[in-house]
Design a protein around this ligand. Structure first.
Ligand SMILES: Cc1cc2nc3c(=O)[nH]c(=O)nc-3n(C[C@H](O)[C@H](O)[C@H](O)COP(=O)(O)OP(=O)(O)OC[C@H]3O[C@@H](n4cnc5c(N)ncnc54)[C@H](O)[C@@H]3O)c2cc1C
Length: 424
C-alpha cells in the first residue's frame, strides 16, 4: 500500500457548479466524493451526474481541522444505539473497500477494547447489541486480559474488557487527502478558499464569497465546517455547537519494544476513567487522549499547546493500565477540538432560512469513523430521499429544529480541565 501525497488544486478552477461543499474534513470530503462519483446509498444509486466543487479554508486534513490528526478509532459498539451501529458498520466496509481501491492504507485492524468498571453498564449493553447483529466480540476477564496482553494492567476496578477484533484505527489526515484526491480523479474541483454565505434570493442562497470578493455560485450548498460552523452561523448554531480544546499526549516507547504497536495491542476506550488511546502506528508514540471536555476553544486562533495538567492526568492513568510506560517520556503532544452538539448527536439538516443549504457536522468527538456513511446519507438526501427512508424515525435525531440548546448531561463545557477533574 502507498501513502498518499497531499492533493493539489488548480489556480483557475471553475466557480460555478451544481453543488458546492464547504469544508474538506472527513464529512465534507466523503460527501463530495459520493456526490461526484455516484454509487451512494443502500441501492448504490445515489450521487453522480452533477458537477461538484469542494472548498476548504486551509486544505484537506490540515492541522487545525478536527479530522487533521494522524489517527482515529473505529468500532461497532454503540450501546443500544442501532442507528450508529449501522453507520459505523457500513462505514467500516467503505473504509476497507476504498483503502483497497485507492491503494492507500486507511484502516489498521488492530481490534478495540472498551474497559468496563461496572458489570451492567454501557459496555454490557453494547455487547448485547453486537450479539444481536452477529458482530464478533469477546468479554475478556481481567485475568484473561493480562494473560493474552501482558503489557496491560488491570488496576482501577477493571471488571472486564469488551474486545472487538474487527475494530481498529483509521489514518485520519491521510484519509482526508486520499478521499479528496479520489474526488478529483472523478472530475470534482477542489480549491483552497475561506468562504461565507454570499447573495441570496428569498429562501435560496446564490453564492459563497471569500474575503477578496471572489464568488462561487451553485444550485445547492453543503456547509461541513466542523468546529467553524458556529462561527459561520452564529444565530442558528452559536449556542447549539460548543467547541472545546482537547489535549492528546504521545508516550515514547521503550527501545526495541513492539508490544504497544498496532500489531500487538488494540485501540482502547476507558469511558468511566475518561481516557482513550491508540497503539503506536508508523513508529509514532503511544497516543493517549483525555475524553473530557476542555476549555472553550477558538479553532482558528487558539494556541495549540497542551495544558501541563493534561500530561499529569495521563501520568496518573498509566500505572493502572500501562504500568510499563510509567516512566516513559512524552514524545509528542497535540491539541484538537470537539465540536459538540447539545445532545452529542450529529447535525444533518437544512439551514432554517435556505431551502438549498445543508448543515453537516457536530461530530461530538465521535464523527470520524462514520464519515463514509454520513457523506453517503447526505448525498441520498440531496438526491431527494425523504427523511426516514432508510432508518425510519431514528433519522429525526439529525434535525436542528427538534433539539434545543440545552445540554443533556453536565458536560462541564467551558470549564478549565484541571478545575473539573476529580483528581485535583
Ligand atoms: C482529540 C479527538 C479525538 C477524536 N477521536 C475520535 C475517534 O477515535 N473516532 C472517531 O470516530 N471520531 C473521533 N473524533 C471526532 C472526529 O475527529 C470528528 O467528529 C470529525 O473529524 C469531524 O469532521 P468534520 O469534517 O465535521 O470537521 P473538520 O475535520 O474540522 O473539517 C471541517 C473543515 O471545514 C473547513 N472550513 C471551516 N470553515 C470554512 C470556511 N469558512 N471556508 C472554507 N472551509 C472552511 C476547515 O478548514 C476544515 O477543514 C475525535 C476528535 C478529537 C478532537
Amino acid at each position: 500500500m502507498m501513502t498518499e501525497p497531499a492533493p493539489t488544486y488548480p489556480d483557475r478552477a471553475p466557480r460555478k457548479s451544481d453543488l458546492i461543499i464547504v469544508g474538506a474534513g472527513v464529512m465534507g470530503s466523503w460527501t463530495a466524493f459520493w456526490a461526484q462519483h455516484g454509487g451512494a446509498g443502500p441501492a448504490g444509486a445515489a450521487g453522480g451526474n452533477r458537477s461538484v466543487i469542494l472548498l476548504d479554508a486551509w486544505g484537506t486534513g490540515h492541522p487545525r481541522a478536527t479530522s487533521g490528526d494522524e489517527t482515529r478509532l473505529i468500532y461497532n459498539a454503540h450501546g443500544s444505539d442501532r442507528l450508529y451501529q449501522d453507520f459505523s458498520r457500513r462505514s467500516r466496509d467503505h473504509w476497507i473497500r476504498f483503502s483497497a481501491e485507492w491503494e492507500v492504507e486507511l484502516f489498521v485492524q488492530s481490534g478495540t477494547f472498551f474497559f468496563a468498571h461496572r458489570d451492567n453498564a454501557w459496555e454490557k449493553i453494547s455487547a448485547d447489541a453486537l450479539a444481536k447483529q452477529s458482530i464478533p466480540f469477546e468479554m475478556v476477564s481481567p485475568e484473561d486480559l493480562v494473560q493474552r496482553w501482558p503489557q496491560l494492567g488491570t488496576g482501577g476496578d477493571l471488571r472486564f474488557a469488551l474486545y472487538e477484533p474487527q475494530g481498529g484505527v483509521l489514518m485520519a489526515r491521510r484519509a482526508c487527502q486520499a478521499i479528496t484526491r479520489a474526488f478529483q480523479r472523478e472530475g470534482g474541483v477542489y480549491s483552497v478558499a475561506a468562504v461565507r454565505p454570499g447573495k441570496s434570493d428569498g429562501h435560496r442562497l446564490l453564492d459563497v464569497v471569500d474575503a477578496s470578493g471572489r464568488t462561487w455560485s451553485s444550485d445547492t450548498f453543503v456547509f461541513a465546517c466542523g468546529p467553524w460552523l458556529p462561527h459561520l452561523f452564529p444565530r442558528e448554531l452559536g449556542e447549539f455547537i460548543k467547541v472545546t480544546k482537547q489535549d492528546v499526549v504521545y508516550i515514547g516507547l521503550p527501545e526495541g519494544d513492539r508490544r504497544f504497536h498496532a500489531e500487538a495491542l488494540p485501540g482502547w476506550v476507558d469511558q468511566d476513567a475518561y481516557y482513550y488511546g491508540v497503539p503506536a502506528i508508523d513508529d509514532r508514540g503511544f497516543k493517549i487522549g483525555l475524553n473530557r471536555f476542555g476549555p472553550v476553544f477558538d479553532p482558528s486562533n487558539g494556541e495549540r499547546v497542551v495544558d501541563p495538567d493534561s500530561v499529569q492526568l495521563v501520568r496518573r492513568y498509566l500505572p493502572d493500565r500501562f504500568p510499563d510506560l510509567v516512566s516513559r517520556p512524552v514524545v509528542e503532544t497535540r491539541v484538537c477540538q470537539y465540536e459538540t452538539t447539545s445532545d452529542e448527536t450529529f447535525l444533518i439538516d437544512h439551514h432554517p432560512a435556505f431551502d438549498n443549504v445543508w448543515l453537516v457536522g457536530g461530530g461530538s468527538g465521535r464523527g470520524f469513523k462514520h464519515g463514509p456513511r454520513i457523506g453517503e446519507y447526505v448525498v441520498t438526501r440531496l438526491d431527494g430521499a425523504a427523511e426516514g427512508a432508510e432508518h425510519g424515525g431514528e433519522e429525526a435525531r439529525f434535525r436542528l429544529a427538534t433539539r434545543g440548546n440545552r445540554y443533556e448531561r453536565d458536560t462541564g463545557l467551558g470549564d478549565g480541565m484541571a478545575a473539573t477533574w476529580k483528581v485535583f
